[in-house]
Design a protein around this ligand. Structure first.
Ligand code: PLP
Length: 286
């Protein structure tokens, strides 16, 4: 496996960054998660745009143009002969000293890792995920905005640990006011009385799969309503599904010990799983 590291492709065993890299010392950096299906990168432009927005928000200059970054991503796939893959671009503040001042970091470190990848949740697409609402709160938008896909994922990791401990497949985050935000690595949709709702993006990552789901739903006649949702809305929903680059579109059929709807993936959710399969297989940058 060849990994892109600061201008070169190096074998996996040689791909190393310095212990003085502020990505390592402080989680100072940004990343993306992208998928390729059938040799085509799904929503490449959207992911590269988001990577640069995340960098902008933390006042970091990536030092490559978006075109160069896109080309590096495509080249990483080609070099590894990958057709169905997960791609992880990472840009950290770079190597500095032990102080946190980013002015001591001369240039950002740029890494792109790609590896073969299939569906993340295996049989759970048929049965549905078990969700657990967690005590840890999503970052407040006035602190570290959840819109920044930063290397500081501790919040999400703590949510995952809590969900794991409670026997769940995915954590559901609330914000400080008790409004539902998202999963630890995916956005959330609920279906109630044939209407589809999803939380506003102020409190969660503006998911690219979320945007795709909104478009796909629009095509089949559902106008997704952005709303403040509470756990009550989730417990009493007819269907819940989550969306994300890794998860794709996946049903959530249990939450905090309650069955969602019938406890089986709902009709619209299954339609979404299928529509998502179709669009990922038929579009993307070669
Ligand atoms: N929310 C969080 C916290 C994530 O890490 C991700 C994954 O990237 C998502 C949502 C889903 O976003 P996307 O559909 O762009 O992958």
């Amino acid at each position: 496996l060849l990994i892109y590291l600061d201008g070169k492709f190096v074998p996996k065993s040689e791909a190393r960054v310095s212990v003085y890299d502020h990505g390592f010392l402080y989680g100072d950096g940004v990343f993306e998660g992208i998928r390729a299906y059938n040799g085509r990168v799904f929503k490449l432009k959207e992911h590269v745009d988001r990577l640069y927005d995340s960098a902008k928000a933390i006042a970091m200059d990536i030092s490559l143009t978006k075109e160069e970054m896109s080309e590096i991503i495509l080249e990483t796939l080609r070099k590894n002969n990958l057709k169905d893959a997960y791609i992880r671009p990472i840009v950290s503040r770079g190597v500095g000293d032990l102080g946190l001042d980013p002015r001591n970091c001369e240039k950002p470190s740029v890494v792109v890792i790609a590896q073969g990848w299939g569906a993340m949740y295996g049989d759970l697409y048929e049965v549905g995920l078990k969700g657990v609402s967690v005590c840890i709160r999503r970052n407040a938008p006035d602190a570290l905005s959840p819109n920044i896909k930063s290397l500081n994922y501790l919040n999400n990791i703590l949510a995952k640990i809590e969900a794991n401990e409670k026997g769940g497949d995915e954590a559901i985050f609330l914000d400080q006011n008790g409004f539902v935000c998202e999963g630890s690595g995916d956005n959330i949709f609920i279906v109630k009385n044939n209407q589809v709702f999803t939380p506003f993006t102020i409190s969660n990552l503006k998911g690219i799969t979320r945007a795709t789901a909104i478009e796909l739903l629009d095509e089949i006649g559902y106008k997704v309503i952005e709303a403040n949702l509470g756990l009550f809305d989730l417990y009493t929903a007819d269907e819940i599904f989550v969306t994300g680059t890794a998860a794709e579109s996946a049903p959530l059929t249990k939450l905090d010990g309650r069955l969602i709807g019938t406890g089986k993936p709902g009709a619209l959710t299954l339609k979404m799983v299928e529509a998502f399969d179709k669009i990922t297989q038929s579009t993307g940058t070669p």
